[in-house]
Ligand binder design. Structure first.
Ligand SMILES: [Zn+2]
Length: 483
């Protein structure tokens, strides 16, 4: 057997003013240094092929931090490079793609459907195509028709990227060997939102999905969570089921799982806390560190990560013994590095990308740390994922340690503090710009976690998102769209 693997991955916030261009993509090509733990799906695809003594051809993997619409030239160039390598690798028996599922480019509302359909045309009807997607995706019938199996991450935070790649590999390998006939069905849950799987009722829901897999001909069950900041007609939660050759059963189980999820909709609603409410709750905690998630400025959802609303509130209230990470401000990083460790500077910080970032703050800061190539180790179910964060500095201002980066990246682990010699356990408050990926690393050390909805580019207030194209005959706009 010959296996071909590749992918292009970014999550597109169609409301973001920051375009995604070629400079924003990290591209790994055949022969490039491909450090283990950077792209776990490909580690697993390669291992799976090696274990079976199958030939493994790696095409290309391009990934970009979520931001606005990808430029047409960038998308077409990366897609064509990937597909040209697939063409050159023919004949292949298996194609494994690691994509995101919510990528939008100029002229392409749905890049993943485009890639999968074109891959199918290249390899013909016999080869098996398997796709791993982020759960913050949209899945279309056209994808289902072109691919043999689509498997999504089940966990948010996404700690199961490698395990789901293993699931996908097994399903596709069995199909390629003629042991099974993967058959997919979708059910539209008519909901839009973000669903955290660390807590009930999602925890139990995910565990139930997993318990159903491998029984009664069910090969895989995924919940398509959707990405609420992608203004495309396909946005919405769905259930996706793969059975072994039984289309009716796949449709029935998808409906059963989808309706179960829909029945949880009121329980899943989270009360978004304002800055005042979040601070009141955090400061009432008897001990630290209380972690406050600044969800609205999460780089992982396409936000700039340079908003100043929370930092301003902390300074105005004189709250000290706080760590705040990571503010994206490459200019401030350059100035701090030029000043050097120990420098006292008048620095204009943050608030540069637009109204959703707030106003810049003019601060007197001390540079207390500089790291040239910061890495965060993001805890996973297997080996941690190593996330490069570029140049970063630690600034101190009125009892607040502010971590500022030159690369726009969300907070994945307490490394953002401990890399600078800060003991996160000794802080009263830790403010992290992240919606949920911080959770795996911070839950073990936090005395309490407070989810805040400050103003910002990805505030979890879905009814306020200025959609033009999404079909709003869905929850929470309509309480029961099935009625
Ligand atoms: Zn995601």
């Amino acid at each position: 057997m010959k296996v071909f693997a590749g992918g292009i991955s970014t999550e597109t916030n169609t409301f973001s003013p920051m375009p995604t261009g070629m400079r924003d993509f990290s591209v790994i090509r055949p022969g490039d240094d491909f450090a283990e733990g950077m792209a776990p799906a490909f580690d697993q695809f390669r291992l799976g092929a090696q274990e079976r003594n199958w030939e493994y051809v790696f095409g290309l993997y391009a990934s970009a931090q979520p931001a606005g619409i990808t430029t047409r030239a960038t998308y077409e160039s990366l897609r064509d490079e990937l597909l040209d390598r697939l063409q050159a690798a023919l004949p292949v028996d298996i194609v494994l793609l690691a994509l995101h599922g919510a990528m939008v480019a100029d002229g392409y509302d749905d890049c993943e459907t485009d890639i999968i359909n074109k891959a199918r045309r290249i390899v013909g009807p016999q080869a098996k195509i398997g796709v791993e997607l982020d759960l913050h995706c949209d899945v279309t019938q056209s994808m289902i028709d072109s691919a043999d199996a689509i498997v999504l991450y089940k966990e948010y935070p996404h700690i199961d990227i490698a395990n789901r790649a293993v699931d996908l590999f097994h399903i596709i390998a069995d199909a390629a060997e003629g042991k099974t006939d993967p058959t997919m069905a979708l059910f539209d849950c008519r909901m839009i939102g973000l669903y955290l799987t660390s807590f009930e009722p999602m925890r139990g829901f995910v565990d139930e999905m997993m318990a159903m897999e491998g029984k009664d001909g069910i090969l895989s069950i995924s919940l398509v969570h959707c990405f609420p900041w992608g203004d495309v007609t396909t946005c919405g939660a769905q259930a996706l089921v793969i059975t072994d050759g039984d289309a009716d059963r796949a449709a029935r189980v998808a409906e059963e799982v989808g309706c179960k999820f829909f029945s949880l909709r009121h329980e899943l609603d989270q009360e978004p806390l304002s800055i005042d409410e979040a601070l009141a709750q955090a400061l009432a905690a008897p001990a630290g560190p209380v972690v406050i998630a600044d969800r609205a400025d999460n780089a992982g959802g396409g936000a700039p990560s340079d908003s100043t609303f929370m930092l301003k509130a902390l300074l105005e209230r004189g709250i000290d013994n706080v760590g705040l990470a990571m503010m994206w401000d490459p200019i401030a990083v350059q100035v701090a590095i030029s000043g050097g460790e120990g420098a006292n500077l008048d620095l204009r910080l943050g608030g540069k990308m637009g109204p959703m970032s707030g106003d810049p703050l003019d601060l007197r800061v001390t540079v207390t740390g500089i790291i040239e190539d910061m890495i965060q180790e993001w805890p996973q179910q297997g080996d941690p994922l190593r996330v490069p964060c570029g140049e970063a500095v630690r600034l101190h201002c009125n009892g607040i340690d502010i971590i500022v980066g030159s690369k726009r990246v969300q907070v994945f682990s307490p490394d953002v503090f401990s890399n600078f010699g800060i003991d996160p356990l000794r802080k009263r408050l830790l403010v992290v710009k992240s919606a949920q990926h911080f959770y795996a690393g911070f839950a073990p050390i936090a005395s309490e976690i407070v989810y805040m909805a400050a103003p910002g580019a990805v505030a979890p207030r879905y009814r306020e998102i200025p959609y033009k194209r999404v079909d709003l005959r869905k929850y929470p706009w309509v309480d029961n769209p099935f009625a």
